[in-house]
Write a new protein. Structure first.
Length: 317
């Protein structure tokens, strides 16, 4: 099967600054893919290359097998991009804006799909309202609708919920999730990492123009260090052999049998270590009153990778 997006060794420089340094990615059809990284990592430049807005200095990008430079028309027909910036024409209503967008793609009699998109994004009550009269959140909904008006098989969302209310987020993700289930490929960039964790099946992390991590969400959450075992002891203290696992801010209390010292936060990298910890506690005579395993979330992993800490188990490129 042809990849939804194929990025091969893409490099891009601006006046001596190298924004992308040989990025290669394959995003399969039907994936919900996250593209994450701090400001200045190269995400916007990469999206601009995907959309054909800028040309790579080196390398190539294909959308469903169509080169975005050599076969721009076909590549653009297969792609819908929701930009981060609020760009709109102030002279038209919402419905007129979506009809014009349909015309750009050569689509006639597209009102049925336009009505469905507006309904799913709660834009129907604003269909005949001029764009300049809409709130920022409503304008962003129109941007999403414009990207979907030609039913593209590949959808790129660049910070789609930046600065918008909870209602729009819920409405947007419900509709986008439906499209993904129906086979559309979705690529998401966001600074709301909880959204990426909830929605994305696979994630690439960019740092200074390089892909520094690429893996499935489940593998990232399972393998990257940062999980914690919180133990409350009813009796006894933490054995000496487990003191090195105590979280840094609790080291001073690790030897106290009472007070704060009966609660310990221990670092664990995999589930197998939990069994070892429990065995050592039983051998020491300690009695557990309460226990909780907290798994690292995407934010923990993101910080570790961006700061260059342990990346065990992460596919690095």
């Amino acid at each position: 099967m042809t990849a939804a997006i194929q990025i091969d060794s893409v490099e891009k420089s601006y006046k001596g600054f190298k924004a992308l340094k040989g990025v290669s990615l394959t995003i399969e059809q039907g994936e919900f893919f996250g593209l994450l990284g701090p400001n200045g990592a190269g995400k916007t430049t990469l999206i601009s290359c995907i959309a054909g807005l800028i040309r790579p200095d080196v390398g190539s990008v294909r959308i469903h097998g169509h080169d975005v430079v050599k076969d721009f028309r076909s590549a653009r027909m297969a792609l819908g991009v929701v930009p981060q910036e609020l760009v709109f024409d102030p002279f038209f209503t919402v419905r007129e804006t979506l009809r014009l967008q349909s015309g750009y793609f050569g689509l006639k009699n597209n009102d049925k799909w336009i009505d469905e998109v507006m309904e799913n994004l709660d834009l129907t009550p604003k269909a005949d309202v001029n764009m300049r009269a809409l709130s920022g959140g409503m304008k962003r909904r129109v941007l999403v609708a414009q990207a979907l008006v030609h039913k593209p098989p590949v959808i790129v969302l660049d910070e789609p919920t930046a600065g918008v209310d909870v209602e729009l987020r819920q409405t947007l993700w419900k509709f986008i999730s439906r499209l993904n289930r129906e086979g559309h490929t979705v690529v998401l960039t966001t600074h709301y990492l909880e959204e990426a964790q909830a929605m994305c099946q696979r994630v690439a992390m960019l740092k200074t123009g390089n892909v520094v991590a690429l893996d499935t969400m489940s593998q990232l959450l399972r393998r990257v260090s940062g999980s914690s075992l919180i133990v409350h002891l009813k009796q006894g203290a933490l054995p000496e052999g487990l003191r090195h696992l105590v979280a840094h801010d609790e080291h001073d209390d690790a030897s106290k049998p009472n007070g704060h010292g009966n609660k310990y936060t221990l670092r664990v990298n995999e589930y197998g270590e939990v069994e070892h910890i429990l065995a050592r506690l039983r051998e020491s005579g300690a009695q557990i009153d309460e226990m909780q395993l907290q798994q690292a979330d995407l934010e923990d992993i993101f910080i570790q990778i961006m700061e260059g800490e342990s990346q065990a188990g992460v596919s690095i490129r």
